[in-house]
Design a protein. Structure first.
Length: 359
């Protein structure tokens, strides 16, 4: 498997400060992004998620069950970033607020995919193992082409046209019976187990398709859906799980690269076990203690009422990450299973044999 030596050509975090100007260009991404995730860091506004298949003018919110919304927040995906508008600017460009944008590259194009029984529209990077997939449900068990050419480890599905639907996430990292478990990104619950065939039809994805049953969250008749599919790639992405130890000297997880972005969720149901997001731009040195939360519309570093009482801490290292203050924040304490997704800043050793360094 070929290694990606320059991860920031496929994923990059860009920070900016809002200025309330119209048609503002945000640059420095290093590529034309196909998936853009923006969060107001200062205020309690929703996560704004855009992609090139649904179009720059349409967003969904990772922290809610809302349907897709059309708005004028984003105007376009550009060669080195994106252009945002001033309308409803508190979400993406209010003066004085700070913002994080997380950006992924797919193919900068869309294509029809007929590998499944449902024809899908895909935008895919087989190099980085990332695919955006849209499809229209049939209400009958079906297969959907994802375009990756390898089997995805994670599939995140959101129904677009109906409010009250969750972010249904399947992953090989969840373990258990294939196709019978999922977890919800908009929720603090543990993984759901023992599902019947109406969800993912108890069927593992293949190198060409994933399978959905008859559940309306995944395959309602004439309903529209967007899916984000990920396959692990050496030097770029790592998806897995670790067991927390309840100690300030917490669990170390080896990734084989210096992480640029990590999202993690403990397999427990309680009010503290959020979807914690760390990145290398908001936290430039260890300890990293400014998480965002995919399931919450709140400011950076919140925990238990005020940012000052935040105990969410990790070390982002040259070869992975290490949990700090485990048991004092939402990883569930000693013996708890924690799922994670990580994307690279720099591989541990590239094909040029130059090692990365800790920060």
């Amino acid at each position: 498997m070929a290694q990606i030596n320059k991860p920031n050509q496929y994923f990059n975090t860009v920070l900016y400060t809002g200025d309330s100007t119209s048609n503002r260009s945000i640059t420095g991404v290093n590529f034309q992004p196909d998936w853009v995730w923006i969060k107001n860091r200062t205020d309690t506004y929703a996560h704004m998620i855009y992609d090139n298949i649904r179009g720059a003018g349409n967003f969904i919110e990772s922290n809610s069950t809302n349907a897709e919304t059309s708005g004028s927040h984003m105007n376009s995906f550009d060669s080195d970033g994106f252009t945002i508008s001033y309308a409803s600017s508190n979400r993406v460009n209010v003066s004085g607020s700070t913002y994080a944008s997380w950006n992924w590259l797919a193919s900068n194009t869309t294509a029809s995919n007929t590998d499944g029984s449902i024809t899908s529209t895909v935008s895919t990077s087989t190099t980085s193992g990332f695919s955006i997939v849209s499809y229209t449900g049939t209400g009958a068990t079906a297969t959907i082409g994802h375009g990756l050419g390898v089997t995805p480890e994670i599939i995140i599905v959101k129904k677009r046209d109906t409010a009250g639907t969750d972010w249904i996430t399947w992953g090989s990292i969840l373990g258990g019976t294939v196709g019978s478990e999922f977890i919800k990104i908009n929720f603090t619950g543990a993984k759901t187990t023992g599902l019947n065939s109406s969800w993912f039809n108890n069927t593992a994805p293949t190198s060409s398709v994933f399978t959905v049953g008859t559940q309306s969250d995944l395959n309602g008749s004439s309903a529209t859906y967007i899916a984000y599919c990920f396959a692990e790639k050496k030097g770029f992405s790592k998806f897995g799980k670790f067991t927390s130890n309840g100690s300030d000297d917490g669990t170390f997880t080896y990734c084989g690269f210096k992480p640029a972005w990590i999202m993690m969720k403990a397999n427990v149901s309680d009010t503290w076990s959020h979807w914690f997001i760390f990145d290398n731009k908001r936290d430039t040195y260890n300890l990293a203690d400014l998480p965002q939360y995919a399931n919450l519309a709140i400011q950076d570093g919140y925990y238990g009422g005020t940012p000052a009482t935040n105990y969410s801490q990790i070390d982002m290292l040259s070869n992975g990450f290490k949990i700090r203050r485990d048991g004092n924040w939402g990883l569930g304490g000693n013996g708890t299973e924690v799922f994670y997704m990580a994307f690279a800043e720099q591989p541990l050793v590239g094909t040029n044999d130059i090692p990365t360094t800790a920060r």
